[in-house]
Design a protein around this ligand. Structure first.
Ligand SMILES: Cc1cc2nc3c(=O)[nH]c(=O)nc-3n(C[C@H](O)[C@H](O)[C@H](O)COP(=O)(O)OP(=O)(O)OC[C@H]3O[C@@H](n4cnc5c(N)ncnc54)[C@H](O)[C@@H]3O)c2cc1C
Length: 106
C-alpha cells in the first residue's frame, strides 16, 4: 500500500510540475492524476479495513471513515468514468497525430 501511494504521489507531482512549468495540453496527465490516486485511495482503504479485521468496520477506529472519505474522490471534480473517457480521447488523438506524421514521412 505504501509503495503504491508513493507511486501515485510521484504521478501527481509530475503533473503539477508540468503545469507549473507552463506546459499547454495536460488533460491526459491531469486525468491520470485524478483517476489513479482516487482509485488507489478506495482500494487501500478497503485493504486497511481488511487488515483491521472486525475492528475495521467499527466507528471508533476511524478506518471505515477513510473508505467513505476516499469514495467521494472517485465521484467529485469529474467522475472517474469521465476521467477514463478523457484519457481514451487523448490517447486516440495522439495515435491519430502519430499516424498522420508517419503517413507524411512515407
Ligand atoms: C458529495 C458530492 C460532491 C460533489 N462535489 C463536486 C464538486 O465539488 N465539483 C464538481 O465539479 N462536481 C461535484 N460533484 C458532482 C460529480 O462530479 C458528478 O458530476 C456527479 O455526481 C455526476 O453527475 P450526475 O449526478 O448528473 O449523474 P450522471 O451524469 O447521470 O452520472 C451518473 C454516473 O454515470 C457515469 N457517467 C455519466 N456519463 C458517462 C459517460 N459518458 N461514460 C461513462 N460513464 C458516465 C458518471 O461517471 C456517474 O458515475 C459532487 C457530487 C457529489 C455526490
Amino acid at each position: 500500500m505504501a509503495c503504491e501511494i508513493e507511486a501515485a504521489r510521484a504521478l501527481l507531482y509530475a503533473t503539477a510540475r508540468m503545469i507549473d512549468a507552463g506546459k499547454k495540453g495536460y488533460s491526459k496527465e491531469s486525468s491520470y492524476s485524478k483517476l489513479l490516486p482516487s482509485d488507489l485511495a478506495v482500494r487501500t482503504a478497503i485493504e486497511a479495513i481488511a487488515l483491521m479485521g472486525p475492528y475495521g468496520v467499527l466507528k471508533e477506529y476511524h478506518v471505515e471513515k477513510r473508505l467513505r472519505d476516499a469514495k467521494i474522490t472517485q465521484i467529485y471534480e469529474g467522475t472517474n468514468e469521465i476521467q477514463r473517457t478523457v484519457i481514451a480521447l487523448e490517447l486516440t488523438k495522439e495515435a491519430g497525430t502519430k499516424a498522420k506524421a508517419k503517413e507524411a514521412r512515407a
